[in-house]
Design a protein around this ligand. Structure first.
Ligand SMILES: Nc1ncnc2c1ncn2[C@@H]1O[C@H](COP(=O)(O)OP(=O)(O)OP(=O)(O)O)[C@@H](O)[C@H]1O
Ligand SMILES: [Mg+2]
Length: 494
């Protein structure tokens, strides 16, 4: 059995049990109450038992987890109070990632991997526009045009717009206004730096699931301070990552410890005006990803920020202090209190408003998966540094990382944009005949028959196969990405 993770101390030791860690969790509390440090303490504990972690770092203050801490009066006081005789400072192995490629290794995804549903959300599309975006993806799939980066999608939109009459019988009505709206949305995303995110080499999810030479889990930190300025992009990116992980990882049943633990900081952003259809799918992925050995921990100010259907699945809970100034505050306190299994010795609602910084109401799942009786407890001090590292330290870590050099340079292989450009003036792409009869069209393009490698190990043909598999929508993750297509085509439109 893997040793229990000691996270906090009340009248009892409060242990997060590794076999229960994939039953998800919640860290909540008002600003400045100790959420980030609690996340840090949990992430360190996972890393020590060889579990890789992924966490978005909104304020840059999580980067300190890469360095050994140093003593300060607060830590010394906690060490003494908790009688941590053998307490020693230590940092964790860390890989930094950054969608903008500045504060970490670039993270990219292809347009096709992102899919029309998440893109539709990113672009703020209405139902009609989203329907058109779906058709554009479908037409690209049917014509084996790869959608990798923003200019591929832009070219494809232009193309479909210019040939909308020819596509009408096969695909239905494609309004110029909808095409225009999507194009404008893309331009806005591009101006926010989205062109950096879409493209290749796309993130290989296995690079997030690593251990170091000593068997410690690597803590992947996504620099999110800049990303967070565009909350929609931030939320879409994390949803994409979660659904992609879900698709990528095999079933593992109930592992003795998680394969990966995912921390969603500022989780309220994920659910802020999330369309019901995506919310339902998120609920489903959170439920099912457990069997892939992934634990998801939401970090947020107020538990009410998280839909009840998700909240109900978060078994391991750390509730820091909440304020109770306004009636709305009081309602939140009551709601937070009601989520705990009662402890006759503790007035939970009262305690929530009294907790000190770094103190919390804690309830972890026991070995049977039942929530433990809630305890008022002090969270352990972190072994690593509290607060941000210097830019020099970050640079050093990025240069020496195991993925250094893998993602740094963008690759722009032949895809929809290039193909359409070279075909300019030629008639609309034809719908390929069913069956394996004719050789694939790309055989005729110099250097295209198996030569073009993008994502490590992927040939153009592989990428095609993947893209086609996606269109089928065989898994739940894919339904999220492609789901609207089904409901649109299967519903009133036919
Ligand atoms: N477990 C702990 N051990 C020692 N010090 C702690 C602990 N938890 C919190 N602190 C102290 O409290 C400060 C604030 O904690 P933290 O940054 O985690 O709050 P937060 O809830 O994440 O705030 P915000 O909402 O602003 O992000 C820390 O910088 C640290 O000094
Ligand atoms: Mg914080």
């Amino acid at each position: 059995m893997v040793e229990p993770l000691w996270i906090a101390q009340g009248t009892l030791r409060l242990n997060l049990l590794p076999p229960m860690a994939n039953r998800h969790g919640l860290v909540a509390g008002a600003t400045g109450t100790g959420k980030t440090v609690t996340l840090q303490v949990m992430a360190e504990a996972f890393s020590r038992i060889g579990v890789p972690v992924f966490a978005a770092d909104i304020k840059g203050d999580l980067s300190g987890i890469s360095q050994a801490g140093t003593s300060n009066p607060k830590i010394a006081d906690r060490v003494k109070k908790l009688k941590l005789g053998d307490f020693a400072f230590a940092g964790c192995p860390v890989t930094f990632w950054d969608v903008f490629g500045q504060e970490g290794h670039p993270v990219r995804a292809t347009i096709s991997e992102m899919g029309p549903l998440l893109l539709g959300r990113l672009l703020n599309l209405n139902d009609t526009q989203e329907g058109v975006l779906n058709l554009v993806f479908k037409i690209a799939d049917d014509n084996q045009l790869l959608l990798l980066d923003l200019k591929d999608l832009q070219a494809m939109l232009q193309y479909v717009g210019d040939h909308s009459k020819e596509f009408q019988t096969q695909y239905g009505n494609i309004s110029a206004a909808s095409i225009g709206a999507i194009q404008r949305g893309l331009l806005a995303v591009q101006q926010q730096g989205g062109d950096k995110f879409f493209g290749e080499p796309a993130l290989n999810l296995d690079d997030l699931i690593q251990t170091d030479a000593q068997g410690r889990g690597v803590v992947n930190i996504l620099a999110a301070d800049k990303l967070y300025q565009s909350p929609k992009v931030y939320a879409t990116f994390l949803l994409w990552l979660l659904t992609s992980l879900f698709e990528h990882l095999p079933e593992v049943g109930d592992p003795e410890k998680p394969k990966l633990v995912f921390f969603f900081d500022e989780a309220h952003l994920l659910f802020a005006d999330l369309p019901k259809i995506i919310e339902d799918q998120v609920v489903q992925v959170v439920r099912l990803i457990r069997s892939k050995g992934v634990g998801v921990y939401f970090v947020t100010q107020n538990p009410l920020d998280i839909p009840e259907t998700v909240l109900g699945q978060l078994g391991n809970r750390v509730q820091h202090a909440l304020r109770a100034f306004t009636p709305a505050d009081q309602k939140a306190v009551k709601a937070a209190a009601d989520t705990f299994r009662t402890n006759p010795k503790l007035d939970v609602a009262k305690a929530i408003t009294e907790l000190e910084v770094g103190e919390a109401l804690v309830s972890f799942l026991d070995e049977k998966g039942t929530p433990g009786v809630v305890e008022r407890a002090l969270v352990l001090p972190p072994h690593s540094q509290i607060g941000p590292i210097t830019p020099e330290q970050r640079k050093q870590l990025i240069t020496n990382s195991v993925v250094a050099g893998v993602y740094e340079n963008a690759v722009d292989r032949e895809s929809a944009y290039e193909v359409l450009k070279s075909r300019a003036g030629v008639a609309a792409p034809t719908i390929p005949a069913a069956g394996p009869a004719s050789p694939p069209w790309w055989e005729n393009i110099p250097g295209m028959s198996g030569g073009g490698r993008g994502r490590r190990g992927d040939t153009v043909v592989d990428a095609m196969a993947k893209s086609a598999a996606r269109a089928i929508g065989s898994s739940v993750g894919r339904q999220i990405v492609r789901g609207v297509l089904g409901s649109l085509l299967g519903g009133s439109r036919r």
